[in-house]
Design a protein around this ligand. Structure first.
Ligand SMILES: NC(=O)c1ccc[n+]([C@@H]2O[C@H](COP(=O)([O-])OP(=O)(O)OC[C@H]3O[C@@H](n4cnc5c(N)ncnc54)[C@H](O)[C@@H]3O)[C@@H](O)[C@H]2O)c1
Length: 277
């Protein structure tokens, strides 16, 4: 069923892994596509424009435009938006999926590595969401925006502190964006995927059928739904997808406990009652 017929969708990181599955699934759903991929190595370095071109060629020039801009820069995002509008006249949906992992144990993180990770993951989310939402606001058009986080941004991971910081920041930024944009009929949701790709292949070396169990196509099915008119009212959500299992990620805060015998805590009472919090 062509649930996205008539929609113009930008997908970043569309040449590999989860983004490649997004591209094929959104094409099957009838969307016209701007397929962005800078063509980096897994650590975010390098540039290969043939990666975006290959998937655009596969899907055909009538529905897909290749774009190899770097979405971590404002000039790259401006160029991507200009190309999308020149080709299709408008943008209705953003799927910001581009990402990489460039991390080290904390003692070895230098300023350049920290900045590259924050800029490439969190900065690119800010720039693409701002550009697409500004475009939608100017058109007074409804729209749907998806960004990409990771369970590592929620739970942390030893050795992946810059990645975790950037991916956690994406959640805070997108929840705020969802609140600002809801009155304008623009939804903003975040997908937290787990899929077998070049980034995760080493983690699953001992799982013989990981490629099938965690196929990126599972993530794409959920992304198509969240970008579809049926899901228009869903916003501000963080959606975990691991193979066929889908779960909303909710934050949990205790009810709050007051001190006994006054309104100030002593160190001793905090210590004694820590398990109640
Ligand atoms: N694979 C997983 O299990 C998993 C888990 C959690 C989060 N994620 C996130 O999902 C997204 C996709 O991951 P993947 O596993 O498919 O990775 P991947 O390496 O297979 O694909 C990512 C693509 O993004 C592109 N890219 C990177 N930086 C870019 C930039 N600045 N501009 C444009 N394109 C750029 C790369 O060239 C690459 O083709 C990433 O944001 C990643 O952090 C993946």
């Amino acid at each position: 069923m062509a649930v996205l017929a008539g929609k113009v969708v930008i997908i970043t990181g569309a040449g590999r892994g989860i983004g490649l599955s997004h591209a094929r699934a959104f094409a099957r759903a009838g969307a016209r596509l701007v397929l962005n991929d800078y063509g980096t190595a897994p650590d975010g370095t390098g540039h290969d424009p043939s990666i975006a071109q290959a998937i655009a060629d596969e899907l055909g020039a009538d529905v897909a435009l290749a774009n190899a801009d770097d979405v971590s820069t404002r000039t790259g995002v401006e160029s991507l938006m200009a190309a999308a509008i020149a080709r299709f006249g408008q943008v209705d949906v953003l799927v910001h999926n581009a990402g990489f992992v460039n991390d080290s144990p904390i003692p070895e993180i230098d300023d350049l590595k920290w900045a590259a990770s924050i800029k490439g993951l969190l900065g690119s989310t800010f720039l693409t969401v701002q550009a697409v939402s500004n475009h939608l606001l100017a058109r007074k058009a409804p729209g749907q925006i998806l960004a990409t986080t990771s369970l590592i941004g929620i739970h942390g991971s030893a050795g992946l502190a810059t990645y975790a910081a950037a991916k956690a920041g994406i959640i805070g930024f997108c929840k705020s964006a969802s609140m600002e944009l809801k009155p304008h009929n623009i939804s903003v949701n975040v997908i937290s995927p787990l899929a077998y790709t070049r980034l995760t292949e080493p983690m699953f070396a001992d799982v013989p059928n990981a490629a099938e169990l965690l196929a990126p196509d599972y993530i794409a099915d959920v992304a198509v739904y969240l970008a579809s008119p049926q899901a228009r009212e869903i916003t501000g959500q963080v959606v975990d997808v691991q193979g066929p299992r889908v779960a909303l990620i909710r934050s949990v805060q205790g009810e709050g406990v007051a001190p006994t015998g006054g309104d100030r805590w002593t160190a001793q009472e905090l210590h004694d009652r820590w398990s109640e919090f």
